[in-house]
Design a protein around this ligand. Structure first.
Ligand code: C2O
Ligand code: CU
Length: 480
């Protein structure tokens, strides 16, 4: 065990050295297959966007916090496009270290996927890189770096893609990015990771460590955070949306946290869940919603009269993230824990795909098992018994129907995320939701089906940033 840990740490140390690939980088074969069928770049560019990754001072309820972000505010700098638009997005790196951008949920051509060492290059400090692609998938998506632990610094923003065929039918839209916050107020992500590894070593040798370790509960994540935010704002200074009573609001909820699953509810209201990971589901009424790292849900709310807390409660951790939905002025309500949080939350098992976005029923051409395992002591997380530096990509050919049989053999939850594709939970055509990120509870199993229609080398990893860093990554690669 110590050997695996040491070699992984050595790998990480090497990865952090002299311009080498980062930890969220290559494993196994490094052949990159260019996309043959997606998005030929023939049309005019409909949007030229510059995105600057930088250090910035943000005001968090009166406290000056040094964050990393894509704009002057955390969760600002979001992108909005219409499916079919060609966008050219130039990333400027004003950070003191290498970075990258991955378009989470968008099945872009492989070379634009933003994974240093696998697809696009790392962008050096002071450097730029232009991502140029036709926006493929309508829905609520987002972007973040695919470089080390930068996901936990505040570098994220929404990427909303409108469907020209969608009718709308709501009065307002509100994007809510949920996050667990440490940058500038607690240990930085690298310190958290080093402490997790050190605590794992001490526990392994019989000593107790674990300064930053989260709830002892099995779903409580690995890290205790002192702050939870919505759109970069802590509960002391919540983001708010003002509407008229009777208005219908579409909330686009994105969990950008590194290590926190949230339960989400709106005080005094039920929600209607309409989309998961950007794809339509058969509408379901919900008092509360479970949302794991990397997932998105869209809900509709018909707003009553008053000031209503919008709360994301971290599972197994102390604290809350808060925003306010209001039709009148005045203070936030004193009792602000929505009753809905006590109801059993709607999660992915309660949702069914809208027939319009189902995959056609088909038996798989190829089936892969993906076993999730690992532990806190030593702090190692794996797919199929190996960390990413030793992982062999799952190989597919273009046009194949692929089934992944996921089984979580660990006592922690893991949101499993696949780049470049959207799978269907359960068998293709079987009615399960379309997703790119699926939460597996401790000891849970799930099959997902997908069509191999976007050639390249694609990351498949746990969206817990610390689990990914500790090895829980592999790839889905196309053979030519
Ligand atoms: Cu949200 Cu590999 O990413
Ligand atoms: Cu995990």
């Amino acid at each position: 065990m110590a050997d695996g840990l040491l070699s992984r740490r050595r790998f990480l140390a090497a990865a952090l050295g002299a311009g080498a690939t980062t930890a969220l980088a290559a494993c196994g074969s490094s052949r990159i297959t260019a996309s043959s069928q997606r998005s030929p770049l023939t049309g005019p560019v409909s949007q030229e966007i510059t995105l600057t990754a930088r250090q910035t001072q943000v005001d968090m309820a009166g406290r000056a916090v040094t964050a990393w972000a894509y704009g002057p505010q955390v969760a600002a700098g979001g992108i909005r496009a219409t499916a079919g638009d060609r966008v050219r997005i130039t990333l400027r790196n004003d950070l003191p270290e290498e970075t990258s951008v991955h378009w989470h949920g968008l099945a872009v051509p492989n070379a634009m996927d933003g994974v240093p060492g696998v697809t696009s290059p790392a962008v050096a400090p002071g450097g730029t890189f232009s991502y140029d692609f036709v926006v493929p998938d309508p829905g609520t998506h987002w972007f973040h770096p695919h470089t080390g632990l930068q996901l936990d610094t505040g570098l994220y923003a929404p990427f909303i893609v409108d469907d020209p065929r969608e009718r709308g039918g709501y009065d307002h839209e509100w994007v809510l990015m949920l996050d667990d916050w440490t940058q500038g107020v607690g240990p930085d992500p690298q310190q958290i990771f080093d402490d997790l590894v050190a605590a794992g070593e001490q526990q392994g040798s019989g000593h107790m460590g674990g300064m930053h370790m989260g709830g002892m509960g099995m779903d409580g994540g690995d890290v205790a955070y002192s702050m939870f935010v919505i759109n970069g704002r802590p509960p002391g200074d919540p983001d708010s949306l003002r509407v008229k009573a009777g208005d219908r609001v579409r909330m686009r909820i994105i969990n950008a946290a590194a290590d926190t699953i949230f339960t989400f509810a709106v005080g005094g209201h039920r929600m209607t869940v309409t989309h998961s990971d950007g794809y339509q589901v058969k509408p379901v009424r919900a008092d509360s919603l479970r949302i794991s790292m990397g997932e998105r849900y869209d809900v509709l709310v018909d707003v009553g009269e008053g000031v209503f807390p919008v709360v994301a409660e971290p599972l197994g951790k102390v604290g809350e993230a808060l925003a306010l939905l209001r039709t009148v002025d005045g203070p936030a309500p004193g009792q602000r824990r929505p009753e809905g949080l006590s109801a059993y939350p709607v999660g992915i098992e309660a949702l069914q795909s809208d027939p319009a976005v189902e995959l056609p029923a088909a038996a798989p051409d190829v089936t892969y098992d993906l076993v999730l395992s690992g532990s806190m002591a030593p702090y190692v997380w794996m797919f199929n018994g190996v960390t990413h530096d030793r992982a062999r990509p799952l190989m597919v050919s273009e046009g194949q129907k692929v089934r992944l049989r996921l089984s979580n053999m660990s006592m922690m939850s893991h949101p499993v995320h696949l780049h470049g594709h959207t799978f269907q939970v359960g068998p293709a055509g079987g009615g399960g939701a379309r997703k790119d990120t699926l939460l597996l509870a401790p000891m849970a199993r799930a099959d997902v089906d997908l069509v191999a229609d976007n050639p390249g080398a694609w990351m498949l990893h746990c969206h817990n940033a610390y689990h990914a860093e500790a090895g829980m990554m592999t790839r889905l690669d196309y053979s030519t």
